[in-house]
Ligand binder design. Structure first.
Ligand code: SF4
Length: 117
């Protein structure tokens, strides 16, 4: 139970220093800013990254045109931006969504593995 509560705290807190905790920290730019099928390899690294949401928000709010950010390719981010043209702060949107998700999980009562996701 203790580890579950720690997970909730970690999920709820927006990490302003997200780059310091990135799973790709230390990788060379030419390993990350790749094209085509090589992007799938980078996306696998993102899959376990603890700051994936922060990274995605950074890319969307700053219109990062190249590379994989937050587990998305530039093409996927363009699709997101087209789908939600009225979003003025992706950070605000994603942070609120995460807080609501955690609140919903807490309401469930912590009796499932959902909390650790
Ligand atoms: S989500 Fe991917 S690109 Fe972003 S910091 Fe994590 S590992 Fe790096």
């Amino acid at each position: 139970m203790f580890s579950i509560l720690l997970s909730v705290g970690a999920i709820m807190t927006w990490n302003d220093n997200w780059a310091d905790n990135a799973s790709c920290k230390g990788a060379r730019p030419d390993e990350l800013f790749v094209r085509g099928a090589a992007q799938n390899r980078v996306k696998q690294i993102c899959g376990q990254c603890p700051v994936k949401t922060e990274c995605l928000a950074e890319a969307l709010d700053n219109n990062m045109e190249w590379g994989v950010w937050g587990g998305t390719t530039e093409r996927e981010r363009r699709a997101l931006l087209r789908r939600r043209p009225n979003v003025t702060s992706w950070r605000g949107l994603l942070e609120a969504a995460r807080e609501q998700h955690v609140a919903a999980v807490v309401t469930v009562g912590g009796n499932t593995q959902v909390v650790a996701s």
